[in-house]
Design a binder for this molecule. Structure first.
Ligand code: GLN
Length: 287
């Protein structure tokens, strides 16, 4: 941004920063500057296209400049602006929590769809992170009693803030699924849901730089998937109601492996694909 301050307009900034990000190998360079500029000007991204000639004030440039620098170092847009939208919720995010993904929105939509007319259900989310899953569920189904657990204090803090921000009555407590005695939520639950860490540490290199450098490792990586699924299954066996359901997001590569684990534990389970047609969710019930 070395031009004279008064020369910058919406269009010249979009063009300059797109090139700048492209040279730094930032994913979606145009989209990145659109997002940051719209945030700075407090307008919708599409409205930038109606304001190409609008000059940028020195104050606006002061706001934008540090955001562009952060993005140029591959920091995710959602951490820079501090939030993301998740279904019907406005979710604040920071480096303590995984950025909610569209696949996870789909997981919530499957649950809402399959239990649309059921009232007063009790739901627990394991490894809740930002709290996006239980908050979105509660906002759609206000009669449900919804809670979330996480091993990370930072996540619990963020999730509680998000519940308050969205006026959603969801409780969050600390708990570790590998150590079920640490979980104070007693149930029984009609639904247990989880998007657990499911990337094997050896696969770290295939993740985008913005994911591996910024998002919390404890939300992404788990070495022994069998151990993790067995812990979830054991907990769910004790805490689900008789016809209760378990909904999990999973790694597209391991769906068959995970189905086999459920089968061994005498659960019936089916896989659902995501919008990319990748096997992404498992829906399971105890036989
Ligand atoms: N889908 C995420 C990613 O690949 C991983 C989410 C997870 O481990 N639960 O970035």
């Amino acid at each position: 941004m070395s031009k004279k301050v008064e020369e910058w307009t919406v269009l010249s900034m979009l063009e300059w920063a797109t090139d700048f990000f492209e040279n730094k190998d930032i994913p979606d360079p145009r989209h990145s500057i659109e997002w940051l500029l719209a945030e700075t000007l407090e307008i919708k991204r599409l409205d930038l296209y109606l304001k190409f000639d609008r000059p940028l004030s020195p104050q606006e440039l002061d706001t934008l400049r540090p955001m562009v620098k952060r993005r140029a170092q591959h920091e995710p847009l959602q951490y820079i602006v501090g939030y993301t939208d998740f279904i019907n919720a406005h979710i604040s995010v920071n480096e303590q929590v995984l950025i909610p993904r569209i696949e996870t929105e789909q997981l919530v939509e499957i649950i809402l769809d399959e239990h649309q007319s059921e009232e007063d259900l009790s739901v627990l989310d394991i490894g809740t992170g930002s709290g996006c899953i239980p908050i979105a569920l509660k906002m759609e189904q206000t009669s449900w009693e919804v809670s979330g657990i996480d091993i990370s204090e930072g996540a619990i803090h963020t999730a509680r803030n998000n519940a308050e921000q969205n006026d959603a009555d969801v409780s969050f407590t600390k708990g570790d699924i590998l150590n079920p005695n640490s979980i104070i939520e007693n149930g029984p639950f009609n639904i247990i849901v989880s998007n657990p860490p499911y990337v094997k540490p050896g696969e770290k290199d295939i993740l985008q730089q913005q994911v591996k450098d910024y998002e919390p490792a404890e939300a992404l990586f788990f070495g022994d998937l069998e151990k993790m699924y067995n812990s979830i299954i054991e907990f769910a066996s004790q805490k689900l109601t008789e016809n209760g359901y378990l909904y999990l997001e999973l790694h597209e590569k391991y769906s068959q492996e995970i189905l086999a684990i459920f089968d061994e534990q005498n659960w019936s389970a089916r896989i659902e694909n995501d919008y990319d047609k990748k096997p992404r969710f498992i829906i399971a019930q105890q036989r």
